[in-house]
Design a binder for this molecule. Structure first.
Ligand SMILES: Nc1ncnc2c1ncn2[C@@H]1O[C@H](COP(=O)(O)OP(=O)(O)OP(=O)(O)O)[C@@H](O)[C@H]1O
Ligand SMILES: C[C@@](O)(CCOP(=O)(O)OP(=O)(O)O)CC(=O)O
Length: 420
């Protein structure tokens, strides 16, 4: 290879959203391939608020594969990263850029190494599904740089091998992960039920209860549940199959009543199987329970669901409102009970801050003046400081290429992360 040939660096940058399940995935039937015991359904969140951005660079001058996450080098030796790299490399296609003097034959990809830099615009490993956005983005961006021709369904089954829930982040809007039947996992992939424009009135408010790393990871938690919970069998075989059908129908008809009831019931059953695990797993805390109680009492007082709640493997609440008006009412109730620790309202709600205006909350004085929610029995008690901050978001699109080279996370000359 000529010296000039050795110099080129080929790069691609992608951005992928995170997703939140409304019918939960919990339990694997195959640990290595990451095959689930039931179907699951999720909503994809707006990448402007919660997403991973990943740059993949390839160059004949790189002696090994390397990765940096949020500016720190991490090991790629784990099985999940290796599976994603292997599966994408297998599907890599010929690539040529005459201007830059780059010509890569299909068989060359086996010997070309990658540098990967990724950044999450929200806390990593804090129960906000960073692994879902991260692995979806990794697979999507590797696919771009390696000129992979496979469709998103196939890419989703590769992202699944990085982290199960990641397969659902390959699409925007409403997504179903079909568990599949085959032993090799080739039919365990994501399909889009409807894109983000189908039901774009929905508003999502996340209460970040704790951004510390959690005690029991989803991976080990669900392994323990599969081994010890008798309730999980009933959930996976009897409850979820009919719930998935009802949820698909609710989404198709934009039936918020059914959507909310199914979402809350499924979150509660997921936490019930965690409690049915030996030793029991507690992901929610007192603040999570207070938020459930607030929503349940409000919903009950109105006779129909106003808002849905769902909790993943952590205490953070994800609340889904049917429209901005209801979201603004919800925010008033939440801020009444969970006012900010300091006087800074603007940093207490991130994402779509305009919801504060809709709720008539322009300053901390407006929060102090909020009336107690009438449906609550003990309205006087407040829990200042129990919520770290709120995120206001909406449904969003699937992965996208970031074309602006200024936004690449790797320097195209050095092949190293910018700033390293
Ligand atoms: N941008 C990223 N690119 C590649 N991998 C990532 C990225 N972000 C996170 N990960 C991987 O995901 C791991 C964190 O996953 P973990 O399941 O512990 O937390 P989480 O996904 O934030 O929470 P949860 O799955 O419970 O919602 C990281 O240690 C890393 O291996
Ligand atoms: C509670 C959940 O968020 C569990 C997600 O689990 P992960 O996808 O993080 O687990 P692994 O496949 O072991 O990586 C529910 C869901 O997203 O469906």
């Amino acid at each position: 290879m000529a010296a000039s040939e050795r110099q080129w660096v080929l790069m691609a940058t992608g951005r992928s959203p995170t997703n939140i399940a409304v019918i939960k995935y919990w339990g694997k039937r195959d640990e290595a391939l990451i095959l689930p015991v039931n179907d699951s359904i999720s909503v994809t969140l707006d990448p402007d608020h919660l997403s991973a951005t990943t740059t993949v660079a390839v160059s004949p001058s790189f002696p090994s594969d390397r990765m940096w996450l949020n500016g720190k080098e991490i090991s790629l030796s784990g099985g999940r990263f290796q599976s994603c790299l292997r599966e994408i490399r297998k599907r890599a296609c010929e690539f040529e850029d005459e201007k830059k003097g780059i010509k890569i034959k299909k068989e060359d990809w086996e010997n070309l190494h990658v540098h990967i830099a990724s950044y999450n615009n929200f806390p990593t490993a804090a129960g906000l599904a960073s692994s879902a956005a991260g692995f979806a983005c990794l697979v999507f961006t590797l696919g771009k740089v390696m000129n992979v021709k496979e469709d998103y369904g196939e890419l989703s089954s590769i992202a699944r091998q990085g982290s199960g829930s990641a397969c659902r982040s390959l699409y925007g809007g409403f997504v179903k992960w079909c568990m599949g039947k085959k032993d090799d996992g080739s039919d365990s992939l994501a399909v889009q039920l409807a894109d983000e424009t189908h039901w774009n009135d929905l508003v999502i408010i996340i209460a970040v209860v704790s951004s510390k790393q959690k005690e029991t990871s989803s991976t080990s938690g669900m392994r323990d549940t599969v081994e010890t919970s008798p309730l999980l069998q009933y959930r996976a075989q009897t409850v979820v199959p009919s719930r998935v059908l009802k949820m698909e129908e609710a989404i198709k008809n934009r039936d918020f009543d059914s959507f909310a009831k199914l979402t809350c019931a499924d979150s509660n059953q997921f936490h019930a199987v965690c409690l049915d695990t030996s030793p029991p797993i507690f992901y929610m805390n007192d603040t999570s329970h207070r938020i459930i109680s607030l929503v349940e009492k409000w919903n009950h007082s109105q006779g129909t669901p106003q808002v849905a709640y769902t909790f993943d493997a952590g205490p953070n609440a994800v609340l889904i409102a049917p429209n901005r008006k209801t979201a603004a009412l919800l925010l008033q109730k939440l801020l009444y009970y969970f006012p900010p620790q300091d006087k800074n309202l603007s940093s207490y709600l991130v994402g779509d801050k305009s919801i504060l205006g809709d709720a008539g909350l322009h300053s901390i004085e407006d929060v102090d003046a909020l009336p107690a929610p009438p449906e609550m029995k003990i309205p006087k008690q407040k829990f200042k400081g129990d919520v770290s901050y709120f995120i206001c978001s909406r449904l969003g699109s699937g992965p996208k290429v970031v074309a602006d080279e200024n936004q690449a996370l790797i320097d195209s000359v050095t092949g190293l992360p910018k700033g390293v």
